[in-house]
Design a protein. Sequence first.
Length: 453
Amino acid sequence: MAGLSELDGWAIALGLVALYAAVVAYLYRSGRIGPDRALSLFGPALMMKTQRGRGFLDRVGRFRRFWSVASAAGVALAAAAMIIVVAVLLLDAVLATQVPASAAPSPSEALALPGLNPIIPLGYGIVAIVVGIVLHELAHGIVARSQRIGVKSLGILWLVVPIGAFVEQDDEEMTRAPRFRRRRVAAAGVLANFVLAVVFFFALSALVAGSVQPNATGAGVAYVVDGSPAANASLAAGDIITVVNGTPTPTNTALFTALANTTAGETVPITFFSAHQGGLVSTTVTLASRAQYTGNASDAKDGFLGIATLFISPADLKSVLVFPPTSPSGTLIGGTEWIVLPLAGLEPIAGTTQGYYHLVGPFAGADPGTFWIVANLLYWLAWMNLLLGLSNALPLVPLDGGLLFRDFIAGAANRIRPAWSPERLNRFSGAATAVASVTVVGLLVWQFVGPQL
């Protein structure tokens, strides 16, 4: 049976959206959707409520001392994340004016939705975001009960497909609760996402550390120019270059340095691990003139091999997946590399990238495809939970960070103006939060608009 075309896929997607809209419209007109019913709307999403599960929240939340300490730490963590994310947005706003319009991000990159955002794979992304949201909401419910704040219902959030879960707290009890308890409940989801990110990160680290070994220490070939010296020497994507002209090339920098010391027409020895032959191959290559491919006369004397390499070497990629601080580029660069692997096309690890490695240890006989599906899933579970934690820390209503920011402002104003009435504190903190929300939205939009100006 022939596969579906892209047009067929869009037709099916639009059909599902239309069916969902029709069902919601029918339920609304028949009176089955409403604030006090089992079904209600949250924007375009359908909230399917139930009171089942509240006993579970009570049982887990009864360890009040533990959850109070943990959620208090979550408040500090969320505050730090809020400052960091806003600082990054401000830096991005400055850099946006220096980015050419051709390199500006697309609007689809503004939303971290699997399938819509081009860097988030559909399958891994859906699983990761559902796990992250469900546990995020459960954390809110557990901490709410530990702080003696009621939970009205639990449920599933449905938008064509299930997109997450929710825990509906008792708004009146939340409003009456002391400010420090409200903060703990608000920060619980952010804390849960950060904890999950750490757990999944170390699970991936342990899996890769003892099971994955690069086929050789060198620079990974990602692309070979047709008709180039590399193509003539049978180099192909998936191979690893280990030596050029007698110089070991364990990293991309070492490879580029070795090639920079060559000239057009020079014949140099080269050693590489051939993914096709499954072993090291030593041969000679007569380099072309770089000007032949760049069109720049100044490149006429420079040797040209005709390859493109991975963003980082296979060995460096493994070290980044295992523990970014061990990256040869340093802790900060290693951490950044771990985050931007999807942007570099290195997550999910599939196809050619898988070919740079072989499995060792207890998984030596395992199917590589299955192994990397598990490894990729762990990466995306960690990555999406980190993203959810950071984004929910933004001082933006109705995110957790918006609720925290409002309480932070109210607490600071109360200390500076102790004579203010509760109503005036609420008005002031509400206005400050509205300003913060508009500012954050403006900074997000500016990343896409700035380069166009």
